[in-house]
Design a protein. Structure first.
Length: 215
């Protein structure tokens, strides 16, 4: 499921809904010999396996991109291609994590780690990469922002949006990215009530697809 979600980020919300259903319906994966030990350790559930897989993917993808970013020498065409593939997979993974976070399948600490990764200043700065990171950031904020924006995390959220405001005024960024940042900042100011333009975007839910099929 994770591999498919990374290959088809457009449908990450549908894969997240599938994961929610499996997390609710799937039994523990412990064998009969392990059942005696369930009181001593946490059982192996679908949700735990999913979180473990996503954390491994996140760390590996981030590390793969950083290997190229820390290289002071110009990258060869092959290295640029490998870096681009790693970056696409990393952003796809973050988008999927955001969709799972919206369904309360992912802990808030993982969501904050993703946001910090997207906002951090990189050594090898490429305008295209910065734009991709910020577009992904706006997407994940619109998805899980309402869940993260509570009193305990207010200082962190204020830091994130302070950085987003400064980037919003950067003339180095494409106008489309600056408008995305502005829309996301305004969304928070409007207490996470989206404008109609955003309500019509994104892949449909399973329920919506079924309703369309009946029509």
């Amino acid at each position: 499921i994770v591999d498919k979600a990374l290959e088809e980020p457009k449908y990450s919300s549908l894969y997240a809904q599938l994961c929610l259903r499996l997390a609710e319906d799937a039994p523990n994966f412990d064998g009969p010999s392990q059942e005696i030990q369930t009181t001593k350790k946490q059982s192996t559930t679908f949700r735990r396996l999913l979180i473990s897989k996503l954390q491994d993917e996140f760390e590996n993808r981030t590390r793969n991109v950083e290997i190229y970013d820390k290289n002071d020498n110009p990258l060869s065409c092959e290295e640029e291609e490998q870096r681009s593939i790693a970056k696409i997979k990393m952003l796809g993974n973050i988008k999927f994590i955001g969709e799972l976070g919206k369904l309360d399948l992912i802990h808030e600490s993982i969501l904050h780690k993703c946001i910090k990764t997207l906002l951090e200043k990189k050594k090898r700065v490429q305008l295209k990469d910065v734009g991709e990171d910020l577009e992904c950031l706006c997407q994940i904020m619109r998805t899980v922002g309402p869940r993260l924006d509570h009193e305990k995390a207010k200082s962190l959220m204020d830091q994130y949006f302070g950085r987003m405001r400064s980037l919003m005024n950067s003339k180095d960024l494409p106008a489309r990215i600056r408008f995305l940042l502005q829309d996301t900042v305004e969304l928070r100011e409007n207490h996470w009530v989206p404008r109609k333009a955003f309500l019509d975007n994104g892949p449909k839910t399973i329920t919506q697809i079924r309703q369309d099929a009946v029509k």
